[in-house]
Design a protein around this ligand. Structure first.
Ligand code: NAP
Length: 363
C-alpha cells in the first residue's frame, strides 16, 4: 500500500512566512528550503522591507541564504497579497494579533510564534510530542470565531524546553511544583536584540514578560483536553529568567515536586523510554529520540548539544535528588529551532498528517 505521507512529497503545500526577515523568520527560511512537504513561495514583513528582494531586505544571520528565497520580493502582511493557505508567522507580538486574525478570517491556517493567542481558550498551544491532540480545539475556534482558517500557536521558547523535559515525568508521576531557573541565549531576543555591551561578559537577571509566560503556558501544555476545553495541569511554577552570553540554546535548571516521586533511576529510565505521541513518529522534522539523556556530569551544554536532532531534540542531564523538592535536572534545547520555527513546522506537519487541513484547498 502507498504511504500517504510519501504522496505529499510529490505535491507540496505552498506556504508563506510572515516576519521572514527577523531571527525566527530566517530560521523558517532555512528549515523550509528543502522541506519535503512544504514549498516556501511567499514572504512578508514590515513596510520597511516591502517591495525589496528578500536578499536586500534581510540582514542574513547564519550560513548561506537559499538562492530561491533570496530572489522573492517581500510582500506586505496582508491576506489580500499572500495566497498561500499555510502561513508561518514570525511576527513581532506588537502586530501579530491583528495580522494573524486577518489571515485566519481569510481562510488561512496560521502557525504562530507570537504570544498573543497562546493562552486563548479556543487556541491550541502545541508541542506535537507532548499535546498534539490539543489541535482538536480548532473546531471550537472555527465555530466560535467564524474563521474558515485558524490559528495554532507554539509555546514560549523557554517553556518548550521545560514542558518537553517534564512531559514524560508528568504522565507517570504527576508534577506538582516546579522551581525553574533559565539561562537564555541572546538569539531569543531576536535581531538586533540585546546590545553587545549589555551582554558580553554578563548575565542579565530579567527578561521582560518571560516568567509569567513560563508559569502559565506550562499548565496549558501539560493540561488535559476534555472534549471542549483544556483543563490546566495543577502545577505551580516559580520561574527565574536570565539572559546569558550564549548564541543559541536555552538551558533550564529544574527542581521538581511530584505527587508520586520517582527515584532518579526511575526518572532516567522514563525519560529514556519516552517516545511522545505516536502521531509524530516519522514526521519530517520530528527528532528521534525527542529527548536525549546525557550521563556526563557536565552536560547538557549549548555549545556541544544544541544541534542534536537537527536542533529539534531536548537534551536532559544531571537528574538527581533535590534537597527541597524530589528531583532536580537540567534541560536544554535550541530556542530558534525547537523553541520557534522548527516547532511551528512540526505543528504544521502534524496537521497535514492527521487530516487537520482537510477542507482547506492548497491553492
Ligand atoms: P525579530 O528578529 O525582531 O523579527 C521581527 C519580524 O517582525 C521582522 O521580520 C519584522 O520585519 C517583522 N515586523 C515588525 N514589525 C512589523 C510590522 N509592523 N508589520 C509587519 N511585520 C513587522 O524577532 P524574532 O526573534 O524573529 O521573533 C519573532 C516572533 O517570534 C516574536 O513574536 C517572538 O516573541 C517570537 N519568538 C521568538 C523566539 C526566538 O528564539 N527568537 C522564540 C520563540 C518565539 P522587518 O524586518 O521588515 O522590520
Amino acid at each position: 500500500m502507498t504511504n500517504p505521507r510519501s504522496l505529499l512529497a510529490a505535491n507540496r503545500w505552498p506556504v508563506a512566512v510572515l516576519g521572514a526577515t527577523g531571527a525566527v523568520g530566517q530560521a523558517f527560511v532555512r528549515l523550509l528550503a528543502d522541506h519535503p512537504w512544504f514549498d516556501l513561495v511567499e514572504i512578508a514583513a514590515s513596510e520597511r522591507s516591502v517591495g525589496k528582494s528578500y536578499r536586500d531586505a534581510t540582514r542574513w544571520l547564519e550560513g548561506k541564504m537559499p538562492e530561491r528565497t533570496a530572489k522573492l520580493t517581500v510582500k506586505p502582511c496582508d491576506p489580500l497579497e499572500i495566497k498561500a493557505k499555510i502561513v508561518f508567522s514570525a511576527l513581532d507580538s506588537s502586530v501579530a494579533g491583528d495580522v494573524e486574525a486577518a489571515f485566519a478570517a481569510a481562510g488561512r491556517v496560521v502557525l504562530s510564534n507570537a504570544k498573543n493567542y497562546r493562552m486563548a481558550d479556543d487556541v491550541p498551544l502545541v508541542i506535537p510530542e507532548v499535546n498534539g491532540h490539543h489541535l482538536s480545539l480548532l473546531d471550537r475556534q472555527r465555530s466560535e470565531r467564524g474563521w474558515p482558517g485558524g490559528i495554532v500557536t507554539n509555546a514560549n521558547c523557554a517553556v518548550t524546553v521545560i514542558a518537553m523535559a517534564l512531559a514524560p515525568l508528568h504522565e507517570k508521576f504527576h508534577v506538582r511544583k516546579v522551581f525553574a531557573t533559565t539561562m537564555q541565549a541572546v538569539s531569543g531576543a531576536g535581531y538586533p536584540g540585546v546590545a553587545s555591551l549589555d551582554i558580553l561578559g554578563n548575565t542579565i537577571p530579567y527578561i521582560g514578560d518571560e516568567e509569567p509566560k513560563i508559569e502559565l503556558e506550562l499548565t496549558k501544555l501539560l493540561g488535559t483536553y476534555d472534549g471542549s476545553r483544556i483543563v490546566p495541569a495543577e502545577i505551580v511554577t516559580s520561574a527565574h529568567a536570565n539572559r546569558v552570553a550564549v548564541e543559541h540554546g536555552h538551558t533550564v535548571c529544574l527542581s521538581v515536586q511530584f505527587e508520586h516521586p520517582p527515584t532518579p533511576e526511575v526518572a532516567l529510565d522514563t525519560l529514556r523510554a519516552w517516545k511522545g505521541d505516536p502521531a509524530v513518529h516519522g514526521l519530517p522534522s520530528a527528532p528521534s529520540p525527542a529527548i536525549i539523556v546525557r550521563d556526563e556530569l557536565d552536560r547538557p551544554q549549548p555549545r556541544r548539544d544544541v544541534m542534536d536532532g537537527r536542533g529539534m531534540a531536548v537534551t536532559v542531564g544531571r537528574v538527581r535528588r533535590d534537597n527541597i523538592f524530589d528531583l532536580r535536572l537540567v534541560a536544554m534545547a535550541h530556542n530558534v529551532i525547537r523553541g520557534a520555527a522548527g516547532g511551528s513546522i512540526l505543528n504544521a506537519e502534524l496537521m497535514v498528517a492527521s487530516g487537520q487541513l482537510i477542507g482547506i484547498n492548497r491553492t
